[in-house]
Design a binder for this molecule. Sequence first.
Ligand code: HEC
Length: 395
Amino acid sequence: MPEHPAPRRRRALRAAPAVALLALLGATPCAHADDDAARAAFLLNCARCHGETGDGHGTETLDRPARSFRDGGFSFGNTAEAVFRTISHGIPGSPMPSFEALSESDRRALAGYVLSLGPPRAEASDEQTELRVAERAVVVRGLLPPISAAASEQPRGLLVGTPDGLTFEYRADELSLLGVRFGAFVRRTDWTGRGGTPLEPLGKVVALMHAGAPPASFSLVGGPSSKGTRDGSRLELPLHCELVATRVNGATCTLSGTLVRPDGSRLGTLEESAGAISSAFASGFVRRLGVPLPPDGALRVDLGLEPGAETLATTEDAVARRTWFVLRATDGEVRCLGVTLSSGEPVLVDGPHGPALELRALPGELLPRGVEIVTLLPAHWTDDDLHALLDEPLR
Ligand code: HEC
């Protein structure tokens, strides 16, 4: 058991004036007990990475340093609500885990404690230009700046903000997900003007699809006879996807679009909704799709990675009926893709544009196929992590 005499001393010194002050204010001792509880929860759950004083120097060696809370510069938002979301959801692609297993009141107390470690904040919220997401998903359309160096401006951009603090950034003219952000939602200098000024997404990018410049999300391959083939190189016909409607239902926003073949004929209606998902192993997001399948041949669903991704593991979670594909992208980033289909078995192919799911209609299948794709973004991956991936419950 290592000894840490210094923090205990500091705490004793701090406690005395706090008690005196509370007595002066006539506060109940209960408030003080809550502070102590929050501090204890911080030491138990957070100090190994963030340091006992919150200075970012914990005992854990991290390839990406944890944030010091003492300088107050939060990249994912410095309101109590934003810090609560970070603690609840974790930060995709970083070692910061999700603490959804703690009670909501513990997470709120921890958020207050973390903020109390930093300098006093300017609480003044005269931010008329920032749009925030509360309990319901929010959809905003307009001109979007390029999401990355490889991407271009999107005159018909679409942002979906979810209550967990994620923003899904789409292009709406050729419906496709460009990337996912985490943090605050969006600012516009003028929300009243028609057409308006460009949107300014405020969250930090935590995932990009094809570096922010994705090909068509859906394509058709092959004829009736290509049963069981995993040849990724067959001719792909990209489908055009036109956004038709957006529908907010509580915390979820569903986008619907029409999938159109290159010859102009209509394949059917696509539905997509997205939200946050995390486990104690890693954080990420989930997309739920309803896709129409061609009567012959197959539909490919792009998975957002460049060609040449390496498959590190493929495994079944029989209980959740989910197949995990662990892929390492060419830039080294690891993505754990958990796929659940309403019917049939998921088949992963390495198509000309990168890894894709290949879906074939079963005999007599007429309804759109339900496809759920969980994307977890661990900060790093070793073979041992497969257990954590399978064992830690998703929330
Ligand atoms: C395994 C290490 C680890 C543990 C445990 C951990 N964190 Fe973190 N945390 C990090 C890292 C690393 C970052 C920075 C991630 C980044 O900026 O990409 C971070 C970032 C954060 C942020 C976001 C700061 C910002 O920039 O907005 C908050 C808030 C936070 N942690 C709170 C906590 C709390 C509260 C706990 C305990 C309940 C905790 N963390 C436990 C590693 C950890």
